[in-house]
Design a protein around this ligand. Sequence first.
Ligand code: P6P
Length: 337
Amino acid sequence: MQKHKVVTIQRHIVEQERLFPRATGDFTGLMWDLTLAAKTISREVNKAGLADILGITGEQNVSGDTVKKLDVYANERIFKAMDHGGHLCVMASEENEDIIPIPDEFPKGKYVLMFDPLDGSSNIDANVSVGTIFSIHRKKTTGKEATIEDCLRKGTEQVAAGYIVYGSSTMMVYTTGQGVHGFTLDPSIGEFLLSHENIKIPSKGKIYSINEGNANTWDEGTKKYIAYLKESDAATGRPYSLRYIGSLVADFHRNLLYGGIFLYPADYKDPKKPKAKLRLLYEAAPLALIVEQAGGLASTGKERILDIQAAELHQKAPLIIGSKEDVLMYEKFFKQK
Ligand code: P6P
């Protein structure tokens, strides 16, 4: 007798749709197209060690990162998988400076897709896990054509969010606001199978993830918080262990399952002009929706990530995300004058 039910992500998405009586199947079709893109990118990422796909295109994306071939490939795969299904009215990507309209020859839909096609791609040559992050909104402008206003949103308006982590296995994790569910790709049948139903992040962890090399740029609150984590106190499970591989999706995914806190605070070298690194719309906000659905928190240190109204497409934000008690403790230190 099979212990575990075998549920494909397609079936799970349809079952999630049934929770919304007015659903038209449009969103389900969108998610199915996204899983196809995920499988295709996974196939190429897993071949990344081979010569043909590696190499640097030499171009730079809006973030100023050198664009590697796989970045470009992943970006194109998502666009080509999503542009003709009739579910979207507009897309936005870390790799594209402006919004990406749906080609005139294709039908338009009511959803907005924003994504980071291959986050952490500078790690590819070292075979470190990388990931795709996506955020889905409903069109909000009333005109026929979608505009930038449909992309400049608050995280609380997301209808769905998720990521694919290309690691020792490929996993797709998503939420539609009904909990967080993880699916592992079985390459032998090309299906994402339910492997982590209703993920909940431990309320407190023993892991902290931060680039210690930036310690001299941190604000006083962050410095004191990290020093606090390193003190010995068995009652509060300290010292915490540092786990940081410089790939947001992989660092986030580990902390989601094990508990802990990921921090990318702003650079306070110029206290009057703190500089964040991670992107709000297609990195911080989707992961914030996931972590809150899993019982965790996501903050800038002083405000909830999901409450931030985006003013620019590639806007950045400090990201403190993970176990609820750990993020609340950080906020106490950050707010101390
Ligand atoms: P740093 C990768 O370039 C990335 O955008 C995230 O995936 C990762 O968390 C972060 O930057 C790492 O940045 O400054 O520690 O190398």
